[in-house]
Write a new protein. Sequence first.
Length: 140
Amino acid sequence: MTFIFHPNLANKATVIDLPLCCVMLEDESQFPWFILVPRRPGCSKIMDLDLSDQWQLMQEIDLAQKVLWKKFNPVQINVAALGNQTPQLHIHIIARFTSDSAWPQTVWNHPIKKPYLVKEKESLISELSILLQGGCFEKR
């Protein structure tokens, strides 16, 4: 079986490929937001991954959280693996602020969308890629 992205994920901007996951950036500037997609065919739940991939996924989630924390200094990091609309395994990692337009509610289906400007998005992807490649952060 060959790995392909679900259509709901196929048009997201890739930041970097980590050993297991493709790290994508949600085009929503109000909420700095990664989507991690394990490059394993046929997976819709974390338990579909073998144990070594589950361990690798946890390491990559940890790294992504630390990058968002370092770059954006949010008050909270939300991590969720939902499959209701996109059945392919993917994990959302979202930086949240008390000043964001959805606070304290969830970001799902929030009516106010604010995509990145093209140059802003390109610059952010470059910076986030460098941070993700660095890979080492002290705990908060």
